[in-house]
Design a binder for this molecule. Structure first.
Ligand SMILES: *[C@@H]1O[C@H](CO)[C@@H](O)[C@H](O)[C@H]1NC(C)=O
Ligand SMILES: *[C@@H]1O[C@H](CO)[C@@H](O)[C@H](O)[C@H]1NC(C)=O
Ligand SMILES: *[C@@H]1O[C@H](CO)[C@@H](O)[C@H](O)[C@H]1NC(C)=O
Length: 580
């Protein structure tokens, strides 16, 4: 039993699933584990750290052996699970309707203590060997990589096994790392609305009632003082629509795996819709559940556009118009704006109720104890599934393209909007966190240049400036294949590019690339290539690693403000006049 706990502490996300809901649902799922045929399944090592210390250095094969032995020790080799009765609550793969849980997400008892033994380490990376070793460890041990740039990698591990992990990495990495947060559990807790806030909690009827009566611009101040769960965001969106029925519509792009609606707000010029082709800008958040700042920022933008728009003319008689924002009014007159705060609703709900650091969706995989598909690797354009086929990976793209329902529905919605909706999507902004970057296509490979590269780069610089002028924050501009952030296994395209790209010297056949790829199957590449959105960006919001995904709520408004400034720059650029 001890080895299970230690192992879980290393691969924190696997642990998450393992300890909360995780018995393999059938023997088949165990047999499908990535266990090599030549493995000795009856290994006698007593603890994870015995296994760990026994491993020779720098050997890909021993990494796999460690992992496989651990998996066997936890879940058995398969036969043992015949006849195990699974409690219905834990059964994750059998329901086709998918609706198994209450849809609420009241954050009553999030188990913060699950993080009290975890630390986030930042490794400085200077050589390709270091990069390769980290990529290998991350891939094989399913480490929770928070971010990876060309200079550093942030990885969450259990502090008791840091030493063992370091022992397996190149010596140079053993001194060049530092701890990012001093108390991860406390930092997690800080991101939730405080319990002392009681009656002013926006969940309460008392708080929602303050929205009744005429709308005042300051009214949503409170909403942006905290991160908000879906159970607050959805009624809030409905409320805004009812307060501004002339220019706000709500819409759904379809359902999640667990049966929740993926909702959004459309803001467009009031009055008769024009007969010609519509131009639109689509802005989304929370493809990755734990990136809460992306949700609050999309809400912030929607709110700014809804309350900022006032039909012209601006005149003394039109007092209403004076409450508005002329720049936003002009942008709404030129484009339909689609704001979708949370694509990965199931995952987002899960971060509020079970695991603040959950990333993928909540769809079952072939492994009962490793749920979740990475939405942003599930799109059909250059889907890279063959290179990452382990459901326990944070980057698992599913067994086939568009297996993740949320990605599939979003893509279908966008296709339908352009065909049936007579709309041309001019800009697509996919908000993520963290590391303050503006990323443009392609993410799947650095060896292909997007046809509009110069335009993409030009506008990216405009966006970075739009952000900078608000609060002075620096966002780096980069191609997504370089700045994308996650370690990823190389695919065929990248292998062609291998001479240019950094790669491991010592790995053979089964190469791991560092940072050169954001991965295939991304929403960014799909919208650029398949929907034909000339200006597609992935924006990684604040911060640069001090808090990572656990950005303090005090940053919600400043981040919203600088991204509002950025979106105005985008709109003005597209209108073709950046001097309003
Ligand atoms: C597997 O491990 C058992 C017990 O440690 C040992 O007796 C056996 O010889 C091993 N088999 C192989 C193929 O290594
Ligand atoms: C990592 O590199 C940065 C600058 O490149 C340096 O300031 C920092 O001290 C380094 N950290 C460690 C732990 O080596
Ligand atoms: C497709 O778009 C049309 C026009 O906007 C809309 O009426 C219809 O409901 C959409 N269909 C789907 C499946 O989203």
């Amino acid at each position: 039993m001890r080895s299970i706990i230690v192992y879980c502490a290393v691969a924190a996300h696997l642990c998450t699933t393992s300890l909360s809901s995780t018995i393999p649902t059938n023997s088949e799922s165990v047999i499908r584990l990535p266990i090599h045929e030549d493995e000795n399944h009856s290994n006698n090592a007593d603890t994870f750290s015995d296994i760990f210390h026994a491993a020779p250095r720098d050997s890909r094969n021993s990494w796999s052996k460690i992992r496989n032995k651990i998996v066997v020790r936890i879940f058995g080799s398969g036969e043992k699970h015949h006849g195990v009765r699974i409690h219905p609550h834990y059964s994750s793969g059998s329901s086709s309707s998918g609706v198994q849980k209450p849809l609420g997400d009241t954050p009553s008892k999030v188990p913060y203590s699950r993080y009290q033994n975890d630390v986030v380490l930042r490794f400085n990376i200077t050589t390709t060997d270091e990069a390769a070793a980290l990529a290998e460890a991350a891939e094989i041990l399913f480490l929770d990589v928070w971010s990876a740039t060309k200079d550093h990698a942030d990885i969450r591990v259990d502090k008791d096994v840091v030493e063992s992990l370091l022992g397996l990495l190149p010596e140079s990495l053993q001194s060049s790392h530092a701890r990012l947060m001093h108390d991860l559990a406390a930092t997690v807790r800080e991101t939730f609305p405080g319990s002392s806030e009681g009656p002013s909690n926006p969940l309460s009827p008392h708080s929602l009632s303050q929205y009744s009566g005429p709308y005042r611009p300051g009214q949503s101040e409170h909403f942006f003082s905290n991160y908000q769960p879906i159970s607050v965001i959805n009624p809030w969106m409905k409320l805004l629509r009812s307060l501004f029925p002339d220019h706000v519509e709500d819409f759904s792009i379809g359902q999640t795996y667990e049966g929740r609606e993926i909702k959004g707000l459309k803001i467009s010029k009031s009055g008769e819709p024009s007969s010609g082709k519509r131009k639109a800008i689509v802005i989304t958040g929370a493809s990755h559940a734990r990136e809460w700042i992306s949700v609050s920022t999309v809400c912030y933008l929607a709110h700014a556009f809804i309350t900022g728009y006032r039909p012209r003319p601006f005149s003394e008689e039109n007092v209403e118009a004076e409450l508005g924002d002329r720049e936003i009014t002009r942008l709404v007159e030129n484009f339909d704006w689609y704001f979708i705060p949370t694509l990965n609703v199931d995952g987002y709900v899960y971060t509020w109720t079970e695991d603040r650091l959950w990333r993928k969706n909540r769809q079952p995989t072939s492994l009962g104890f490793c749920k979740g598909i990475e939405l942003d690797r599930s799109y059909s354009y250059k889907w890279g599934g063959q290179s990452q086929n382990n459901p326990c990976s944070e980057n698992y793209p599913g067994e086939k393209e568009f297996e993740a329902l949320e990605s599939k529905n979003f893509a279908a919605w966008a296709q339908n909007l352009t065909t049936e909706g007579n709309t041309r999507i001019m800009g697509f902004l996919d908000l993520h966190s963290y590391s303050q970057q503006i990323l443009y296509p392609y993410s799947y490979s650095c060896s292909q240049r997007p046809p509009d590269l110069e335009n993409l780069e030009e506008l990216a610089e405009v966006l970075a400036k739009g952000i900078r002028i608000r609060h002075g924050e620096h966002y780096e501009v980069s191609s997504a294949c370089q700045g994308g952030g996650q370690f990823a296994q190389s695919d065929k395209d990248q292998k062609k590019d291998a001479k240019k790209a950094k790669r491991s010297q010592k790995s053979n056949g089964d190469d791991f690339m560092l940072t050169e790829t954001g991965g295939g199957g991304s929403a960014l590449d799909y919208f650029y290539s398949e929907i034909g959105v000339a200006y597609s960006y992935q924006i990684k919001l604040r911060d640069q690693g001090s808090y990572g995904f656990l950005l303090p709520k005090e940053s919600i408004k400043p981040t919203g403000q600088e991204i509002e400034s950025m979106v105005k720059s985008l709109g003005n650029f597209l209108i073709g006049d950046d001097k309003l």
